[in-house]
Ligand binder design. Structure first.
Ligand SMILES: Nc1ncnc2c1ncn2[C@@H]1O[C@H](COP(=O)(O)OP(=O)(O)O)[C@@H](O)[C@H]1O
Ligand SMILES: O=C(O)C1=C[C@@H](OP(=O)(O)O)[C@@H](O)[C@H](O)C1
Ligand SMILES: [Mg+2]
Length: 174
């Protein structure tokens, strides 16, 4: 596959988990932007948020733009990547963007929300974020996948959707 595969979606929607699974299945390398940010800054995401969300967002943009230039990479993003158009324009250049949509109730059931800075205030905060962001996830996605059943089903749906997308001739071959 010449292009990158970029996963976007709400925090806890399964981006990091499914990026790893896709990486094994398609034998493509994967990176997680949150992990790359932590390695680059030698700080945890929560520490970067303590300095300020805009500080985190500036680093997120810098790191996203760096990896957006690569090819043949699965990129798991942080949930807020869609907040800056420049992030998404860069990621779309070499990448097929997949929006993973998972019900908020399911996210709040299986994510340790206390360890994620934006979710530590509970499910109401998650609902508010969803309303604020849903149009942006749709705006930037080439493909949308519902992740409300088991992870293997979501994985298979992603692969099917990628094949269909590539066959339409709008992307390079897998
Ligand atoms: N379809 C699913 N079934 C069961 N657990 C899921 C499913 N999708 C995601 N999860 C779980 O939700 C949690 C958050 O997933 P994660 O990949 O870290 O999300 P993100 O990177 O989008 O924030 C993980 O514990 C993951 O195993
Ligand atoms: O939604 C967000 O704004 C964020 C999501 C997090 O990543 P996940 O989506 O992997 O939880 C992380 O980038 C940071 O805490 C901000
Ligand atoms: Mg993640």
């Amino acid at each position: 596959m010449k292009e990158n595969i970029v996963l976007i979606g709400m925090p806890g929607s399964g981006k990091s988990t499914l990026a790893r699974m896709l990486s094994n299945k398609l034998r493509m390398p994967m990176i997680d932007l949150d992990t790359e940010i932590e390695t680059y800054t030698q700080k945890e995401i929560s520490q970067l948020f303590e300095i300020g969300e805009s500080h985190f967002r500036d680093i997120e943009t810098e790191v996203a733009k760096k990896f957006a230039l690569k090819k043949n990479l699965i990129i798991s993003t942080g949930g807020g990547i869609i907040l800056r158009e420049e992030n998404m324009r860069a990621l779309q250049k070499n990448g097929i963007v997949i929006f993973l949509n998972r019900h908020i109730e399911k996210i709040s059931d299986d994510v340790q929300i206390a360890t994620r800075p934006l979710l530590k205030d509970g499910v109401e905060r998650l609902q508010k974020l969803y309303v604020e962001r849903i149009d942006l996830y749709h705006k930037y996605a080439h493909i949308t996948i519902e992740n409300n059943d088991n992870l293997i089903m979501a994985l298979n749906e992603i692969i099917e959707a990628l094949n269909a997308y590539v066959q339409k001739g709008t992307a390079n071959e897998i």
